[in-house]
Design a binder for this molecule. Sequence first.
Ligand SMILES: [Ca+2]
Length: 489
Amino acid sequence: MMITRHLLALAVSAALVPVALPSAAAAERARPNVLFIAIDDLRSDLGVLGVKHARTPNLDRFAASGRLFTHHYAVVPTCGASRCSLMRGRYPDQLVQVGNEAIRLTHESWGAQSLPAWWRQHGYQTLALGKITHYPGNLTGRNWAEGPEELPGAWDRTWIPKSPWKTSEEMMHGYANGRPRVPGKSPAWQMNDGPDDAYPDAWVAGDAVRTLGELATSNKPWFFAVGLYKPHLPFAAPKKWFDLHDPKDIAAPEVTTRPADEVSSWHPSSEFRGNYKDAAGRDPDQDAAYALELRRAYAAATSYVDAQVGRVLEALRELRLEQNTIVVIWSDHGFLLGEHAIWGKHALYENGLRSPLMIRVPGMSRAGEKSDALVEAIDLYPTLLELCGLPSPGPLDGRSLRPQLENPAAPAAKPARGFWGAGDRTVRTERWRLIAHRVKGSAEPKVELFDMIADPHEAKNVAAAEPTVVRDLLRSLDEVKDPFAAARP
Ligand SMILES: [Ca+2]
């Protein structure tokens, strides 16, 4: 099977030289399937990334069969906006696209060119299971009663599993055996001495396995998006996944001090403090034991979601779909577990934006070697266009990762950018991270600059000592459209 062995070469030549293909029908049959697995709030705590306490054998094994991007960055450190950027292949270009309502409130102007809609228009079946856009089930089915579907017309099928949780919101913030979250009262972590299906992700994985079985007999190429919910808060998992993590092995955050107020884009962890409460009233910034409990629970929830990913990948293998399926595993952003005295995302620091991305293309060269190039979530759209041999819907901000898929040493095409709040922007180069924090009523931002090589945990703001670097990086922020332009003085 020349076609499947050399899928990458074929797809690339199809994109560049469409006349070389024998016929449109043959091209459609030759098109690869895409399995896209989205994990929620998973920071780069993987065994394969050298994190000692991590127990992620399935993700590690997958990395050994594809390309792991060690420096992948979300564009916005919150679920809805990060997923919006991925679905568009674009940076946010208006304020609303920096929030969780990004897709629901702006899809009318771009939804027909969204990743699933575009694939669907080009002969793919498109399916979304679980949390893919912001709202689980894409606001269909048992929805949040908040309005119309997020991406109408993009999916042939979009759904959440039938499970003990009554609504998609309960599923997203679910406790064991169908219990919903009570905002402000529920604990931030939970351990249940039961099977994997005590929590929602086992139900998502079960539906994914069944659906792959149906797709295996399809004569149409498919794009199947599987959205898992963990390790998003609450950090919950069956006891067996906690048992993998000896409390002695869990380390404290490296830098726990809050950055200096006068330059800081720091935030007070509202999602964590507003929605969850420790029964004993402990605060993780004041109680080191509680901080370690939370960090262990996050690791356990990560091991739990890793196991569910493993079930889906094993089904793909057993169904003999691997040779014609591109697999992408992605997390929508990172999470700060007490670093900088933040328990949450919603921050432009390294741990808020950096998250795992792995891509496996059948027949790829140098599988298992990592790419250290700086890449962004918006790069996935043009990458998949090229791999699937589809035309581009128009200008995209992302760049295809084909160079890094062919050669893991290929350099980054651009720096990584990030956006948050009502005017904060960041740019990450190989050496620096600059964060420009908007000050209301002033044209001058307050600046944090970290030397990521000398100071990878962002302990020391060196902006005052590096005026030339600051000037150049502030200029580079303006190389892409400012989504906050309308709000600036
Ligand atoms: Ca998320």
